[in-house]
Design a binder for this molecule. Structure first.
Ligand code: ATP
Ligand code: MG
Length: 455
């Protein structure tokens, strides 16, 4: 009672900053990260800011990864300088974002994301009806900035000038213990931002960390909250997860936590179909291998594989209802992408790529006449072919088919001619029908596919 009164009189006693513990300064002997390990741009950005009298640290995933012995994907810098001050110190830089501005500093081939320390939320922070924070745009102290980050291992601040790590939440110790622990009350933190549940699954898989029991426990019950997250944000997170080089481990983790249902609406269905499951895992293993070998990967290809069995099912159902093969395929593709978009906004460019890859598939069946030559000239031939091979590896089509195409693609003119299959009766019939250039409604499904996929 009295304490409450005192709080009222003196105010501020309940302010979030009182939840902030004193930091530990961890020396290089304990964390092991030398300044030479940072990217040149990250080091330079910190030095320039510090020489101008500001605080500046490498922060977040990069510090975590370096301590864990992994090469960071990119670098973030946190500072007490305002975005305008940062902007004025770097010629090649620009302020981005409206609500909470950050600065992109370009240096050589790198872009460093520089953000000003952010304040904690308080009672005035706007949220949606489920408690999801809609805005956080107030500058704060380093301690506040640390405390509003998600996991202890993500709240480490590396100072290149003396190679120390400022650690407010025992993140270095957690990392050494291989534990992923939420800062603060996990239930409250998931409510503020349900995407943190996905981040827990992704980061634990990527870094081989065990999710601390209290951090893990609420996930299953709270997973429903993901449905309130804007689809575009879910898509970004899902893409990060799938292109992390650890997508197989990540998805297994998602499944173990019951989180996969809200993401790709069909993912749970797919994973329950024996064929679909094998196909999806193969595709993800393939992707992980490419990421780890530093090869490029195409998000379109990836999503095309994840959703393919849904398309197949829909297509079969349509054909069983008597729809013509080609229009049925396009209708199936459209429907699957539309249902998907409600949960997870796949960007227009990527859904274009997905459609192209799918639409090429039936064309690999046609190995007579001019068809194979036309298909080889398709700009997306390679992606379509890789997709076909994956289907064969999963047992959906005979391996003979991709093998034929591989040989055909590399054969000489004469060899190619000898490889062509005889025109099927159906193909020949179509040709005969076409010759008089008569057009009857519903006829010539294959022709539609040709134009649609080529156009
Ligand atoms: P990655 O290896 O994928 O880059 P990351 O942890 O660096 O992992 P980013 O999305 O780059 O992920 O975020 C950078 C930092 O911002 C994180 O380390 C964390 O400190 C903070 N952060 C990111 N997302 C959230 C979130 N949803 N809630 C709180 N803090 C977050
Ligand atoms: Mg990062």
């Amino acid at each position: 009672m009295i304490r409450k009164l005192l709080r009222k009189v003196f105010g501020g006693a309940d302010k979030p900053r009182n939840k902030i513990p004193a930091p530990t300064v961890v020396g290089v002997a304990q964390h092991g990260v030398r300044r030479e390990q940072l990217s040149p741009a990250a080091r330079k950005v910190c030095t320039v800011l510090q020489e101008a009298g500001h605080k500046a640290y490498v922060v977040g995933g990069a510090v975590r990864d370096l301590i864990a012995g992994i090469e960071p994907k990119d670098y973030d810098v946190a500072t007490d300088a305002t975005p305008e001050q940062v902007r004025s110190l770097f010629r090649r830089s620009r302020i981005i974002g409206r609500r909470f501005q950050i600065v992109h500093v370009m240096s050589g081939p790198e872009t460093i994301e520089v953000s000003t320390f952010r304040a904690l939320h308080d009672d005035d922070t706007p949220t949606d009806e489920h408690g999801r924070v809609l805005q956080d745009n107030v500058f704060g102290t380093q301690g506040e900035d640390a405390t509003r980050r998600d996991f202890t291992v993500n709240a480490l601040y590396y100072d290149p000038s003396d190679e120390t790590v400022v650690d407010y939440h025992d993140g270095v110790a957690d990392l050494k213990k291989k534990t992923l622990r939420m800062i603060g009350d996990p239930v409250a933190r998931y409510r503020e931002d349900p995407v943190r549940m996905l981040r827990a699954a992704r980061l634990s898989a990527k870094l081989g960390l065990t999710i601390d029991a209290e951090t893990r426990k609420p996930i299953r019950e709270m997973s429903e909250l993901l449905s309130n997250v804007p689809p575009a944000r879910l898509f970004d997170e899902m893409l990060k997860l799938l292109t992390s080089g650890h997508s197989v481990a990540c998805l297994k983790q998602l499944r173990a936590e019951g989180l996969h249902k809200g993401l790709l609406p069909m993912l749970d269905v797919i994973l329950d179909q024996p064929m679909g499951e094998r196909f999806v895992w193969l595709s993800l293993e393939n992707t992980d291998g490419r990421v780890r070998a530093d090869k490029s990967i195409s998000p379109g290809f990836l999503f095309a594989t994840l959703l393919w069995h849904e398309v197949l099912k829909n297509w079969e159902e349509r054909k069983a209802r008597g729809e013509h093969a080609t229009p049925a395929l396009f209708a199936a593709m459209g429907e699957v992408l539309e249902v998907q978009a409600e949960k997870l906004a796949i960007t227009r460019r990527i859904s274009g790529d997905i459609t192209e890859i799918w639409a090429l598939q039936p064309r690999f069946e046609r190995r007579a006449g001019k068809f194979p030559y036309r298909l080889l000239e398709q700009p997306r031939y390679r992606a379509g072919y890789d997709f076909l091979r994956l289907r064969a590896e999963a047992g959906e089509v005979d391996m003979e088919l991709p093998d034929w195409w591989e040989t055909f693609a590399h054969a000489s003119t004469e060899e190619r001619a000898a490889m062509l299959l005889p025109e099927t009766r159906e193909g020949a019939a179509r040709k005969r029908r076409r010759r008089p250039r008569r057009k009857t409604p519903g006829e010539g499904g294959g022709g539609d596919l040709q134009t649609a996929a080529e156009g």
